[in-house]
Design a protein around this ligand. Structure first.
Ligand code: 6LW
Length: 498
């Protein structure tokens, strides 16, 4: 995150999705709007067809210097850091400069001489020419945390007479932690703060877990804030999380020259007049796209690329027409246009005309973990794909022509004491059959002349990061796997308990 005058800008990882690196704008640190995607063309974002899920673009850093925005990130699929610049953060961003430096999680800062430093996991820094990517000096070893695994997500800040180095350690799951050190010189040596890690939720039962990968910013009123990743687990153990890592905001106090973050709870009230602590930075509103515009909104993401001949908003005005490229969602190459699931309990629906094709709505984490409701040749089917399993659940004949399909998620109550493990195996539709579990239930509906018909209810834990692995959460995706199909609208709304 960075601030320029009254404006805050924040960027997030985007992995195998295209376009990449969503960029958000705010003027109050709580209400954010996506203003674009930094990497919006293949010359910036090389994601070959064999790019694995959760590979591609890892952690990005955005900074502003001498009137220009700089973004640096790592494409772990090509193994290279890339640096792009812009005068308007909404884009267009420049062609990339590649940096021949190892590790991940690059961050940029400029020293008192105006020299540019790139700091990467490990933790080490390199003095570079940001115009050409040339390495002028380095590696300069920095400080690698308090001994936790994977010292990463480093950021250097010039605050007063000190250079502060913020790092994350402990890995990005429930061991995650944020630590800090400082030095009089950007080259070190760095002296650790008195309390490290100064932020972690490890070995606590707090609702928000895996807190780490932070970035500091001073607000316009002089107060200090820190954004960081965290997960909101569902239920007990294991802490299934389905929305990926979300961005959280916490207030920071400086005590004797060191940042202090109060023991953060969801319910904690931050200093008067400031945004609530740990306000998950997510869009609280519903969302509907009638596909009446002449371009796709920036929230829409595809897999690895979006070939111009795979989609159209003009072939059938007011509809999004998709043309099949791959033959299945189970492998790379499918035509998919998706949006992130941003709330635990929500409903997503589409009105789709499959024509002579096969099309529908999927809730996916990756090619091996997705639940789909699709229509072809007058038959609606629900398909579950989890690891080696692929099974059809529920089907219904429908008249030819457009049909409304809905996927809804609702938080399960915890396992009632009476449900035994045996019950779970014999439940209808096993192994995905729904038994009250510690995650959520995913239901699939077709709207018929007689009203909505629930075709199936499946166990949401198989669409969690704990099962699928990786770094991403679920997305709702419009897709076509045979021929062409047109979507009249997409409608997403959070339910009450989100
Ligand atoms: C990122 C690493 C991490 O590069 O997850 O949360 C990786 N920590 O620092 C992908 O976002």
């Amino acid at each position: 995150m960075c601030r320029v005058g009254e404006d805050y800008y924040l960027v997030c990882s985007s992995f195998e999705y295209f376009p990449g690196v969503p960029i958000f704008h705010s003027r109050d640190l709580v209400n954010w709007r996506q203003i674009g995607n930094v990497l919006d063309r293949p010359s910036q974002l090389e994601l070959p067809p064999d790019t694995h899920a959760s590979a591609g673009i890892y952690a990005p850093t955005i900074r502003h210097h001498d009137g220009r925005f700089y973004l640096v990130t790592t494409n772990v699929t090509t193994g290279r850091h890339l640096l792009v610049t812009a005068t308007d953060p909404a884009g267009p961003w420049s062609e990339p400069v590649h940096l021949d430096v190892p590790h991940i999680d690059p961050s940029l800062t400029w020293d008192d001489n105006g020299d540019c430093w790139l700091t990467v996991s490990g933790v080490e820094s390199y003095r570079i020419d940001p115009e050409t990517g040339t390495v002028l000096e380095g590696p300069v070893p920095m400080w690698s945390g308090t001994g936790g695994q994977y010292p990463e997500a480093p950021h250097l800040y010039r605050i007063g007479d000190w250079w502060y180095l913020l790092v994350s350690e402990g890995g990005t799951h429930t061991g995650h932690a944020v630590s800090i050190a400082r030095s009089r010189s950007i080259r070190g040596p760095f002296e650790p703060g008195p309390v490290n890690p100064f932020l972690t939720h490890r070995s606590t039962d707090r609702l928000v877990q895996a807190t780490g990968h932070a970035d500091l910013v001073q607000a316009t009123d002089g107060s200090w804030w820190m954004v960081l990743l965290g997960i909101r687990a569902k239920g007990q153990w294991p802490p299934y999380h389905v929305l990926g890592r979300e961005t959280f905001l916490v207030p920071v106090r400086w005590v004797d020259g060191w940042p202090v973050v109060d023991p953060v709870e969801e319910t904690m009230t931050a200093p008067a007049g400031s945004p609530p602590a740990l306000a998950a930075v997510r869009d609280p509103s519903a969302y509907r796209d009638d596909f009446d515009a002449d371009a796709l909104a920036p929230e829409w993401i595809s897999l690895r690329e979006r070939p111009k001949d795979s989609w159209s908003l003009t072939e059938r005005p007011g509809w999004l027409t998709l043309h099949a490229a791959g033959t299945t969602l189970d492998r790379s190459g499918a035509t998919l246009v998706a949006r992130r699931q941003q709330h635990h309990d929500c409903r997503a629906g589409v009105h789709v005309d499959p024509g002579t094709g096969r099309a529908g709505l999927t809730l996916r984490i990756d090619e091996a973990h997705h639940y789909d409701i699709e229509v072809a040749d007058g038959l609606v089917q629900v398909i579950g794909r989890v690891g080696p399993f692929r099974q059809v659940f529920g089907e219904l004949s429908v008249p030819a022509g457009p049909v409304t399909l809905t996927i809804a998620t609702r938080t399960d109550d915890l396992l009632p004491p009476t449900v035994t493990a045996a019950d779970q195996v014999t439940a209808p539709g096993a192994p995905f059959g729904v038994r009250p579990a510690a995650c959520d239930t995913v239901s699939f509906e077709v709207l018929t002349d007689g009203g909505p018909v629930v075709l199936a209810e499946l166990d949401g834990r198989y669409l969690s990061t704990e099962v699928a692995a990786g770094f991403t959460g679920r997305v709702f995706g419009l897709y076509v796997t045979e021929g062409s199909a047109a979507f009249d609208w997409f409608d997403y709304r959070p339910s009450a308990r989100s």
